[in-house]
Design a protein around this ligand. Structure first.
Ligand code: SAH
Length: 402
């Protein structure tokens, strides 16, 4: 096995079992490892640190497989055991949903591998050289473990290019999935387009927040004696909108700039039998839409803000912070007395503390007082590995206007 020796002092993160080695930490490479080849990582003083997959083009030069010198990472049993553990950990979710993340990369000890399961179908993202190299092995194991009808690959994320890997989409095992895979989550049906949808087709990470929205709509009627009116911004294929409708919202106005997403959202509403009077779909820019709603004097009992990643890296934090502040301020302004705001950020570069500060700034400028009555994050299928805080990218706050 080729040895990769780190520069002096650069072993600290591996000693804390963080799974990444940056290119800048690498001192000497005793050979020329292929893309994804397993290397032995050592400290400047020669002590063993771990085994990892080498990625010659990436700034994440090595992604660690193991910190245990006695572990044989090269045998099929190694990956199979990790996959089995990951798949097993998500079994409990089946009672609630047929849309689950069954492998969450670094958190499951398989850096760069994302696997989502939609009913009988699997969708993969191989985002690292190491998982790409062992792709066939992983695909065969996943098919055998889950009994899926087919596995569709959506390795088209920008992260692939940074790894020096070509984009790939298509079936890797079994049958072609249907154009729309029907899933059900907490009583709501969704059609998932795994070929053209965002990420693997659906935002599985928002499950807990969608359930909270559904429950809030239900509770609102009990407390207020009337059904709520809600605004769902960045609605995509209607995730929150349909959850609110099932909870009994009187009217849900949903905004997205993508006509394709809205078309799918409407199909999803039909699938659940929600009426057109209940669901309003608006193709527009949210930033402008919030201002226009205010000019018209519109109000809502709940505003949801679940924008795309505004900060793609720490270089964009300042600009992103301004954008978050803008939508949160203008969202808050539309709320009725006692109204609710569900606000999210999926930018890894914006940490939960900073996000809370930005939202607090928006509250102050709105002149309203608000309580944060709950915090949101991804569900149990996106576990936070304590040695890898980067895995916690999604955060959200539930504010209630006092
Ligand atoms: N809340 C969704 C996921 C949102 S993804 C769910 O739970 O399923 C972000 C969405 O924002 C995408 O559908 C994208 O089309 C939309 N979008 C991005 N920028 C926008 C803008 N400026 N105005 C309106 N929609 C936007």
């Amino acid at each position: 096995m080729i040895e990769v020796q780190l520069k002096k002092g650069k072993e600290k993160s591996l000693l804390r079992r963080h799974p990444w080695v940056y290119d800048t930490a690498v001192g000497r490479v005793a050979g020329k490892p292929d893309s994804g080849e397993t290397v032995k990582v050592t400290a400047a003083d020669g002590r063993f640190l771990g085994y990892g997959a080498y990625s010659p083009k990436s700034t994440l030069r090595v992604r660690m497989w193991s910190f245990d010198e006695a572990e044989n990472t090269e045998v099929p049993e190694f990956l199979r055991a990790r996959l089995e553990k990951a798949v097993k950990a998500r079994e409990g979710l089946l009672a609630r949903t047929s849309a689950r993340r069954i492998v969450f990369g670094e958190a499951d000890g398989i850096p760069g591998l994302i696997v989502d399961q939609y009913g009988d179908w699997l969708v993969t993202q191989f985002q690292s050289a190491g998982t790409e190299r062992r792709r066939d092995e992983i695909v065969a194991d996943l098919m055998a473990m889950t009994g899926a009808k087919g596995l569709f690959d959506r390795s088209d994320a920008a992260t692939r290019q940074r790894e020096g890997l070509a984009v790939h989409t298509g079936v890797l095992a079994g049958e072609e999935p249907p154009e729309l895979i029907e899933v059900a989550e907490d009583g709501v049906k969704y059609g998932v387009n795994v070929r053209l949808g965002h990420k693997t087709g659906f935002y599985v990470a928002q499950r807990e927040s969608r359930l909270a929205a559904q429950q809030l709509a239900r509770d609102f009627e009990k407390t207020h004696g009337r059904k709520m009116r809600a605004l769902n911004c960045f609605c995509y294929t209607g995730g929150f909108s349909l959850a609110l409708a099932l909870g009994g919202a009187a009217e849900v106005v949903s905004v997205d700039s993508s006509a394709e997403a809205l078309a799918q959202a409407k199909r999803n509403a039909d699938l659940n039998g929600f009426t057109e009077a209940q669901m309003k779909w608006v193709e527009a820019d949210v930033f402008a839409c919030l201002r226009e709603a205010r000019e018209r004097g519109e109000t809502f009992d709940l505003v949801i803000l679940d924008p795309p990643k505004f900060a793609s890296s720490h270089f964009h934090v300042e600009r992103a912070a301004r954008a978050y502040k803008d939508i949160n301020l203008n969202g808050l302004r539309l709320l009725t007395a006692g109204g609710h705001l569900f606000t999210f950020s999926c930018s890894g570069a914006i940490n939960p503390d900073l996000f809370q500060k930005i939202v607090a700034g928006a509250v102050i400028d709105s002149g309203k007082d608000a309580w944060c009555t709950a915090r949101f994050g991804a569900g149990v299928d996106h576990p936070l590995l304590m040695t890898y805080p980067e895995g916690e990218y999604l955060k959200g706050l539930h504010l209630e206007v006092r």
